[in-house]
Every structure is written in structure tokens, then in C-alpha cells.
Design a protein around this ligand. Structure first.
Ligand SMILES: Nc1ncnc2c1ncn2[C@@H]1O[C@H](COP(=O)(O)OP(=O)(O)OP(=O)(O)O)[C@@H](O)[C@H]1O
Ligand SMILES: [Mg+2]
Length: 235
């Protein structure tokens, strides 16, 4: 069943139009990659879906219901989370304090504490270092903190914007395995933006390729993996 349905989405900054009619879909429990060269509009797509940027046209439905443009808090409550590009955690706060920031839309204390335990169980390193300042952890661990913070929101869809950026190649795989773990443990659907195309496709069921603010290709990930040389050069 479709969880996120984006149809002809338009958005931009000031006079500049960036998204010129983006259409894509993420099914319940699915992992989908959103690929494309620098400046194609991937981050703008994720920001508009969350509502950080108002849509200028098009329609989005989430969990079968119309979604609100330009309403990030409302969309977080509905179950959409974004781990933004770049440092997704607050370096001066402890791991625990970072995670608790993710619970800002939740009110049930018992539920918050249960969720925290689940996240610590999934990522034991975060439990070990719960009192440590996030900024003193490795890049890969900070990314885990960012993912954990998003998970505190109980998302049905987690959007990850280049989670492996700036990490050593050996860590890229590990960070993307984090996404798989989350997907398996909580059934969270994932919309993944990644420059490491091969690794991203390996964990995805389907992928979209964007160019100049529009989706130009949609295929099963396995098909794209088998023919990467022939399509990537086109975009
Ligand atoms: N805050 C902003 N103000 C004005 N223009 C912006 C802003 N953010 C992005 N843009 C422009 O929008 C276009 C798409 O940018 P976006 O960040 O969505 O691309 P991207 O596909 O995520 O690229 P990258 O792979 O480099 O992260 C680019 O031309 C960029 O210059
Ligand atoms: Mg980007």
C-alpha cells in the first residue's frame, strides 16, 4: 500500500523554481532511493515533503490522507521524519539530550521511555555513550544519533539526506546498514538520498533518478544495479 504519494510537486526559493513537477511514491515498509547529481533537487524534494519549504503546486498524500504543505510539525506528528543533510545532531548536547529532542511531539512519558530503550537496544553504542557530548563522537556515530533522534518521533516514513556524506568508505556501508536495521525492526519506510549509488541501490527495492528538478527515471533497484554504466551517464 502506498504510504507517501507525491504528485507533480513544485517548489523553489524566492524567484527560483527548483522542483518542476516531482512525482514519486513510497510504499509501506519500503526502502526507496532518490538519486541524482548535485543540484538536481533531491534535498529540496525532501524539505518540501516534510513541509520546511511550502509547495507551490502539486499534491501529496500521506497514509491515504491529504498532507499539509508548509507544516513540518504537523507532518512530523503524522509520521514523517527527516534526517537532514550535514550534521543532524547538536554537538554540545549529550546523546541522551539529542534523542529527547526527537520526542518533542510526544507526550506519553512511558511511551517515550519505551522508545528510548528500543533505540538503545538497536544501537548499543548510543546507550554506552548516552552521557557523552554528541560532538565528541565519530561521524558515523553522530549519524546514528541523528537517526535515533528521528526515530523518537515514531515515524512511519524516515527520509535520510546523504547520511554517509563525509564518512570514510568503510563507514558508508555501516551507516546504510543502520537504515536497514531501522526498516526491519520498526517497519519504517525509508526514502534515501545517497551519492554512494551502488550501496544505496543494494539496500533499496526501487529507485528514482532526478535531473533539473524532475524525476527522469524510476526502476527496481536490482535493474539499475545491473546496468549502472548505461543509465548514470545519461543524467
Ligand atoms: N536555500 C536555498 N536558496 C536558494 N537556492 C537554493 C537553496 N537551496 C538549494 N537551492 C538551489 O536549488 C537547487 C537544488 O538544490 P538541492 O539542494 O535540492 O539539490 P541536491 O540534489 O540536494 O544537491 P546535492 O547533491 O548537492 O545535495 C540548486 O540549484 C540549489 O542551488
Ligand atoms: Mg542535497
Amino acid at each position: 500500500m502506498a504510504l507517501l504519494e507525491v504528485e507533480s510537486l513544485e517548489a523553489g526559493y524566492g524567484k527560483k523554481t527548483v522542483l518542476q513537477g516531482v512525482s514519486l511514491r513510497v510504499d509501506e515498509g519500503e526502502i526507496v532511493s532518490l538519486l541524482g547529481h548535485n543540484g538536481a533537487g533531491k534535498s529540496t524534494t525532501l524539505k518540501t515533503i516534510l513541509g520546511l519549504l511550502p509547495a507551490r503546486g502539486g499534491r501529496v498524500r500521506f497514509a491515504g490522507e491529504p498532507w499539509a504543505s508548509g507544516n513540518p510539525v504537523g507532518n512530523v506528528r503524522r509520521g514523517i521524519a527527516l534526517v537532514p543533510q550535514g550534521r543532524g545532531c547538536f554537538p554540545d548536547l549529550s546523546v541522551h539530550e539529542n534523542l529527547m529532542l526527537g520526542a518533542y511531539t510526544r507526550v506519553d512519558r512511558a511511551e517515550i521511555s519505551r522508545r528510548l530503550d528500543e533505540i538503545f537496544e538497536l544501537f548499543p553504542i548510543l546507550a554506552e555513550r548516552r552521557s557523552q557530548r554528541a560532538g565528541t563522537m565519530s561521524g558515523g556515530q553522530q549519524q546514528m544519533v541523528a537517526v535515533g533522534t528521528a526515530l523518537m518521533q515514531h515515524p512511519r516514513l524516515m527520509m535520510l539526506d546523504e547520511p554517509s556524506i563525509g564518512l570514510a568508505p568503510v563507514l558508508v556501508q555501516r551507516v546504510l546498514e543502520t537504515a536497514v536495521k531501522v526498516n526491519r525492526r520498526f517497519g519504517t519506510a525509508i526514502l534515501l538520498v545517497e551519492q554512494n549509488i551502488r550501496t544505496a541501490l543494494e539496500i533499496s527495492q526501487r529507485a528514482y533518478v532526478m535531473k533539473s528538478g524532475a524525476v527522469v527515471l524510476e526502476k527496481p533497484a536490482a535493474e539499475l544495479l545491473a546496468s549502472q554504466d548505461s543509465w548514470w551517464a545519461l543524467y
